[in-house]
Design a protein around this ligand. Structure first.
Ligand SMILES: [Zn+2]
Length: 457
C-alpha cells in the first residue's frame, strides 16, 4: 500500500491544489458552502466513491465512501470560510477581493483538499492490496460557529466509523489534542420604554440590564479556572437615541472551558448573573443557546501513531522564494524589526515537530467527534510563523506554494496513519482500548438543546 500512497500523492498534487484554490475562490460561509460541497462531491464520485449528499438534513454535508468492511476510517473535511475576511491572495496589505466579503482566513480550503487528497490516496492504495477496509470522506460544513459536526453526530452520521482523522492548517506543526469546550448563547432583556427626560421613572432599561450583567460576569472572571474564557458582544444595544429608555437589548456570549463540567457550571452562574441583572433593573431575561462545542478527548495512543507518521514527512523543505514570502508576512504580523530578528524558522518547519500543541484557547467541533469516535488531529504549518489565524493575513497566504506544501504533507501523514491502521489490527486495538480508557464512564452529550436546528440557507 505504501508505494501506491506515495505514487498517488506525488502524481496528483496539482489536482488538489486546484481544488484548494477553487474553494478559496468560492469563500462560502457556515451552511452556505453549496459550490464547495458540490465540487468535492463531484470529484469524489469521479474517483469511484459512493456519495451521499445532504446527510443529516444539511444540504452542504455529505459522506463519500469506498472499499468495504472494517476498519472504517473517516477523513474529516471542512470547507467553510469566515465572514469579513476577503483578501487578495499574496498581498501583504489589507485589500479585500469583495468589500465585507468572506475569505478563507482559517485555511479550510487547504483542510478540505488535504483531507480529500489523503482519502483518495488511501482508496487508490487499498483496492489492489486486497485488504478489508472502508475509506470515508466526511464533508463537514459550518465548523466556524455553526457546530456542523455536532448536528451530524446527532443525526447518527458518524455511526459505524471506527477512526476519524483530520488536520488543520496553522503556523506550526504538532498534534492538536487540546481544545476548549464552548457554548454560544444570547441573553435578551425586555423592559419598558419611556422618555428619558420627561418620565424616566416610567422606564425599565434593558440596556442597564445588559451593562449590569457584563459587570457581574467580569467579577466572575476571578473565580473560574485559568483555562476558562468569557466573551460578549452587544448585538442590540436598544437603539441610538439617548433620550429613550430602551425596552429591548440583547447580548451574545461565548463561554469556554477545557472541561464540560466547568462549562456547565459557568453556564449556570452566568445565567444567574443575567437573572440578577434583570431583577436589579425590573426587566425580564430570556436565554437561548445557539451552538456548543465539546473539548477534544485526547487518546495518547493516537498521538503516538500520528507523531510517528509526522516524523516520516517533516520537516518540509522550502525554497528561498518561499522563505522570502513567509518573511514578508512575518514583517506584517510582527513588525519589520522583530521579523528581522526572528530566527530562520519562518514557516515553523525547520525545527520539525513541536510535539503536543497546547491550543487551549481555541475550540473546534472536531471535539464533538472525538467523544464518539477515536480521533486523530494534527496541525501542519501552511502559513508563515506568527500569522494570526482568522485574519486577512491568513486568507492572503491560502493559495501560496508553501501552503500547498503544508497541505500535501498533511495528506501524506494522514494517509500513512490510515495505512498503518488498516494493516495493523493490534494498533487499532490499542487505540480502541485507549479511547475506552479516556472516555471511562463518561458519555458524549452536547449542550445544544434538542429543539435547536442548524441555521441553514
Ligand atoms: Zn479552522
Amino acid at each position: 500500500m505504501k508505494k501506491r500512497l506515495t505514487e498517488y500523492i506525488e502524481g496528483k498534487q496539482e489536482v488538489f491544489e486546484q481544488i484548494a484554490a477553487q474553494i478559496w475562490d468560492f469563500a462560502e460561509t457556515d451552511y452556505q458552502e453549496v459550490q464547495s460541497a458540490k465540487l468535492l462531491e463531484d470529484f469524489l464520485e469521479k474517483q469511484g466513491f459512493q456519495v451521499e449528499a445532504g446527510i443529516g438534513g444539511i444540504p452542504t454535508a455529505f459522506r463519500a465512501s469506498a472499499g468495504s468492511g472494517k476498519p472504517v476510517i473517516a477523513f474529516l473535511g471542512e470547507y467553510d470560510a469566515l465572514p469579513g475576511l476577503s483578501q487578495e491572495a499574496d498581498q501583504t496589505s489589507e485589500c479585500p477581493c469583495h468589500i465585507h466579503g468572506a475569505g478563507h482566513g482559517c485555511g479550510h480550503n487547504l483542510l478540505a483538499a488535504g483531507s480529500l487528497e489523503a482519502a483518495c490516496a488511501v482508496k487508490h492504495a487499498l483496492e489492489p492490496a486486497g485488504l478489508s477496509g472502508t475509506v470515508v470522506y466526511m464533508g463537514c460544513p459550518a465548523e466556524e460557529g455553526g457546530a456542523g459536526k455536532a448536528f451530524l453526530i446527532r443525526s447518527g452520521c458518524f455511526e459505524g466509523v471506527d477512526i476519524a482523522l483530520t488536520w488543520h492548517p496553522t503556523p506550526d506543526n504538532g498534534i492538536w489534542n487540546q481544545a476548549l469546550a464552548n457554548v454560544k448563547l444570547t441573553y435578551s432583556f425586555s423592559g419598558k420604554s419611556a422618555h428619558a427626560a420627561a418620565c424616566p421613572q416610567e422606564g425599565r432599561s434593558a440596556l442597564d440590564a445588559c451593562e449590569l450583567m457584563n459587570v457581574g460576569v467580569n467579577y466572575l472572571r476571578e473565580h473560574v479556572s485559568p483555562a476558562a474564557r468569557m466573551h460578549y458582544a452587544y448585538i442590540n444595544a436598544g437603539g441610538t437615541a439617548a433620550n429613550v429608555v430602551p425596552s429591548y437589548a440583547k447580548l451574545l456570549y461565548i463561554l469556554r472551558s477545557d472541561r464540560i463540567e466547568e462549562l456547565e457550571e459557568m453556564l449556570k452562574r452566568v445565567g444567574d448573573i443575567a437573572k440578577g441583572a434583570a431583577l436589579m433593573t425590573g426587566t425580564t431575561v430570556e436565554e437561548e443557546i445557539l451552538y456548543a462545542y465539546r473539548e477534544l478527548l485526547d487518546v495518547p495512543e493516537m498521538d503516538v501513531l500520528l507523531t510517528d507518521c509526522m516524523k516520516e514527512f517533516l520537516p518540509i523543505s522550502y525554497t528561498e522564494a518561499e522563505l522570502e514570502y513567509a518573511r514578508s508576512f512575518q514583517a506584517v504580523e510582527l513588525g519589520t524589526e522583530a521579523a528581522k530578528n526572528a530566527k530562520e524558522g519562518l514557516i515553523g518547519m525547520e525545527t520539525g515537530i513541536t510535539g503536543r500543541v497546547q491550543m487551549s484557547s481555541a475550540s473546534t467541533d472536531v471535539g464533538d467527534v472525538s467523544w464518539v469516535v477515536p480521533t486523530g488531529n494534527i496541525c501542519i504549518a501552511s502559513v508563515a510563523a506568527g500569522t494570526v489565524m482568522h485574519k486577512w493575513t491568513a486568507t492572503a497566504q491560502g493559495k501560496s506554494s508553501a501552503a500547498y506544501k503544508g497541505m500535501h504533507t498533511a495528506a501524506r501523514i494522514l494517509a500513512e496513519a490510515a495505512r498503518r491502521l488498516i494493516e495493523d489490527g493490534e494498533l487499532r486495538g490499542r487505540i480502541a482500548a485507549g479511547f475506552a480508557r479516556e472516555l471511562g464512564k463518561r458519555e458524549y452529550y452536547s449542550l445544544i438543546p434538542e429543539e435547536r436546528e442548524p441555521d441553514l440557507l
